[in-house]
Design a protein around this ligand. Structure first.
Ligand code: NAP
Length: 335
């Protein structure tokens, strides 16, 4: 097949490109050219998809059997691909669980829960509006993958990477006490990418909550895994220092970003509860979290700290506990 990967130089997009090449497809990757070059053997197309004329110029004279769209960040960008690529046989759009009006805090109980209905470039409403724009143009040939939290090697968000780096520094590490037993769920970037390619091959359509099943590990289990995977790479032995939600909030810890993936326990209990029936029925694989974490660490340990959070294409919010907040939470040694 001739497959166009929109955003094929990004993290997920680059992984989709590799999966498509491995499966013998002819692949083109479209980006603005800010986040590097696509893999060898791939046709590089340069355009800003937010501008329909620019996109039209880059696509002139080309036809594709399928599109995997990993770079939907504006409704205008969905409109322009709807305008220029609506003749493809299959179009997979990477949306987000944030397309649901009730997420966060969730739970997400199926794929037909209410999505945002206003038109806006706020992340969740933007994904929902983009789904509608593409759905109207593709007429039964659109697959919407509402992705959950993506993890794995190459992760440019620095979220799970921060925890691994923190374990590498070792010593006393602040961890949330109350979320320890909360079941969590992720999707590995390679599982999602390979499945997206298989889905356009199969002409799969409809909407899927594209993540793993809650309970593949717990929040505490994830942190144990990070500590164990870093293992002997740690500068000194890791000792977890548990702090409850009230103490974290009082110290000014920002939810979700300062201690990546941490939310006060009442929200955390619903956030990860996502019905993945359609994903499992559609064959989305879900490898053990341990493999994702091990492979991310193998990727990170080859890089100097800080070099792994790629800001190439777009700004990413900073993650990690500021040193002064960590010191205040840890208090005197021995506690
Ligand atoms: N990370 C998660 O946990 C998560 C969860 C749910 C959903 N998602 C979704 O997953 C998708 C992939 O995320 P990612 O982190 O892999 O993205 P990424 O690394 O930021 O890659 C984005 C790609 O899109 C290209 N791009 C961005 N804006 C563009 C534009 N206006 N015109 C043309 N190309 C453009 C970028 O290249 P240039 O910068 O060179 O243009 C790059 O190739 C996104 O749609 C995101 O919303 C992610």
């Amino acid at each position: 097949m001739q497959i166009l990967v929109v955003g094929g130089t990004g993290w997920l997009g680059g992984t989709v490109v590799r999966a498509a090449l491995e499966r013998g497809h002819e692949v083109a990757a479209l980006s603005r050219g800010r986040s590097g070059r696509p893999a060898d053997g791939v046709v590089a197309l340069t355009a800003d998809r937010d501008h329909a004329e620019d996109l039209g110029r880059a696509l002139a004279g080309r036809r594709f059997d399928a599109v995997v769209d990993t770079s939907g960040y504006t409704v205008a960008g969905a409109r322009s691909t709807a305008e220029h690529l609506a003749d493809v046989g299959a179009y997979a759009y990477v949306s987000s669980l944030n397309a649901y009006r009730d997420f966060p805090p969730g739970p997400v109980t199926g794929t037909d829960g209410p999505t945002w209905d206003e038109e806006s470039d706020e992340y969740g409403p933007m994904k929902a509006a983009s789904e509608r724009v593409l759905g109207a143009a593709l007429d039964g040939r659109l697959l919407v993958a509402r992705a959950g939290l993506i993890i794995g090697p190459g992760d440019p968000t620095g979220r799970l990477g921060w925890w691994l780096r923190r374990m590498q520094r070792g010593g006393r590490v602040v961890v949330p006490a109350e979320s320890r037993d909360v079941p969590v769920a992720f999707v590995d970037v390679r599982d999602l990418a390979g499945w997206l390619v298989g889905s356009v091959e199969a002409g799969r359509s409809g909407a899927v909550n594209a993540t793993g099943d809650a309970g593949m590990t717990t929040y505490g289990g994830l942190l144990d895994l990070c500590r164990d995977v870093v293992g002997d790479d740690a500068a000194e032995p890791v000792r977890f220092v548990e702090r409850d939600d009230a103490a974290l909030l009082a110290a000014g810890v920002q939810e979700w970003t300062d201690l990546p993936f941490w939310l006060p326990v009442a929200q955390a209990r619903t956030l990860w509860r996502v019905d993945t029936t359609t994903a499992r029925a559609a064959g989305l694989p879900s490898r053990p979290v341990e493999r994702s974490v091990r492979d991310l660490w193998a990727w990170l340990r080859e890089r100097p700290a800080g070099a792994d959070v790629a800001g190439a294409g777009r700004a990413r919010p900073p993650v990690g506990l500021p040193d002064d907040v960590e010191r205040a939470l840890l208090g005197p040694a021995g506690r």
